[in-house]
Structures are given as C-alpha cells and as structure tokens.
Design a protein around this ligand. Sequence first.
Ligand code: ADP
Length: 302
Amino acid sequence: HVLVFGSINMDLVAKVPRLPVPGETLLGHNFATVPGGKGANQAVAVARLGVATAIIGRVGNQFGQELLHNLQSDRVQTDGVYIDTSNTSGVAVIAVDDNAENHIIVIPGANANVSEEDIERLTQLLPTASILLLQLEIPLSAVQQAAQVAQQAGVRVILDPAPAPTELPSELYSLVDIITPNAVETGQLVKFEVNSPESAQKAAIVLQQRGVKTVIIKLGAKGVFCASSDETFFIPAFSVKAVDTVAAGDAFNGGLATALSQGYSLREAVTWGAATGALSATKAGAQSSLPTRQTVEAFLQE
Ligand code: ADP
C-alpha cells in the first residue's frame, strides 16, 4: 500500500465580490470549509484510485475530528494521525473574488509540530508499504527523517517539493527516489526558468547530479517531462477543458503512486499521473476534483 507523511488542513473559503483593501470590512457572498493540505489531498487521490492508503500527520483540536472523518470517508487509514489538542489544525484562510483572484493565509497549526515523535508511527507502517509520498507543508527535518527511515526499509520515496522551497538540504536528494516539482518549483531549485521540455531536460540533469534517481517535472497544460537513469521522455498533456487546476499536482502524484504501487512501468505511471491531473483540472476544488479509478480507466481507454 501507499503511505503519506504530510499536512492535513481545513480551508476556510470566503467568496467576495472583490478583495478587501487594508482596514476595509467587506460583505462576502458565501462561506465554506473544505478539507485540504497537500498530504491529505495526495492520500485521498490514491484512495480514490483504489489502492490502500494511510496518512501519518497531525491535526489539532479545532477541525480535528472533521478532518479525520473526511479522510476516513474516502477510506484513508488515519491511525497514524495524532490529535494535538494544544494546537489548532492547519488552516488556510482564503478569499476568492468574482475574477477568481485570491488572498490566502496559511496557518500551519498542528502540521508545524510534526517531528521525530511522529516518525515512530510511520516506521510501524513501513514494513507493508511500497511507496511513501512526501511534500513540504511539514518541517523539513521531519520530511528528511521520514525519507531516511523509508529508504532503510526499502520503500520507494516520492517527494513533491511544494510549496516551492528556495533550496533543499543536499542530503535529502539522495534519500529520494522520485522528485516531482512543477515548473515554478523546478525553477526555484535549479535557479533558471523552466517552461518547456528542453529547459526541463536541463533542470532534470542538474537535479539528478544532486542525487535524485528519477526527476518528473510537471509542466501544467504542456505536459510532463521525465528522466530516470534508464530513459528520458516527454508526455504531452491530455487535452481537456480545464476549469480549475487546484490540486492538479496532488492528483498527478496520486495517479503516479497508485500505478507504481501496482507494478506499472515508469512511463505507464507518468501517464496515469497525467490522466489523473488532467481529470482533476476539469472539476472545481481540491479533493472534490479528484477522480475515481473507474473514471481514470475510462478516460485512458478513450
Ligand atoms: P501543480 O498543480 O503542482 O502546479 P501542474 O499544474 O503542472 O502542477 O499540474 C500537474 C499535472 O496535471 C500536469 O503535469 C498535467 O499532467 C496535468 N494538468 C494540469 N493542468 C492541466 C490542463 N490544463 N490540461 C491537461 N492536463 C493538466
């Protein structure tokens, strides 16, 4: 099965006619609480694609039970989630205006306390796992320890370096089997602009020299570039009517991990990732946009 060690958030979304200016109070149209966090999104993505998934992380007192129930309703195993009652859950306070411009404030809450103490719960689940999914919404030291114990257990590590870091510790690269940055994140890591298969190829070489085995660069509506020690290829994006690309990257990683955990080749797994990402772009929202296995299989047969 697939493990996720990462963030769990509640998004507090207010729809407003326009974004307020400093000091202004504005009436909004609508309010909703929507579960999110890159860790939780990727866990739900894998679970919807029919593979057993467990998440290890932390929620807080506020929204904690709701977030756990939400994960469980998608059959994500949550025994590895610690309820940190001295903290709030991670939240994102989001204002979205009529032109889809937004303001976002992220309070990491319980996610900021994910640490060595949580590695024990991860270690217990590793013997039966094939893949560990990591992102960067919990402290980097915890990400690095998780990658270390997974490597020791022979579990394949996929790191989504998002949100974009300015740099990563050099030791982390060699603990990661597959790194999956988008164009912006790749640019941050290699310090040159990446926006095409050609520039992605140059960036992949730089990242491989830092010690990552396989580099997968997500280029949005352009497609995906992939370089491993055996092969290098580009897969153009599926042509879809995109309405909202929120969580397309998380969907991609869910599709990739699902296919790899089932023994598919790297090329097939990247295709699964691209199909899952494309389908999520056709629907609004984060977790609400993640497709089921049936939907992905039907889409791939078209
Ligand atoms: P992120 O959400 O991390 O910024 P991307 O926007 O690159 O990542 O999206 C991840 C993947 O999802 C892309 O590589 C692509 O396969 C798919 N995808 C995203 N947007 C579209 C789109 N508009 N049309 C088709 N596929 C898309």
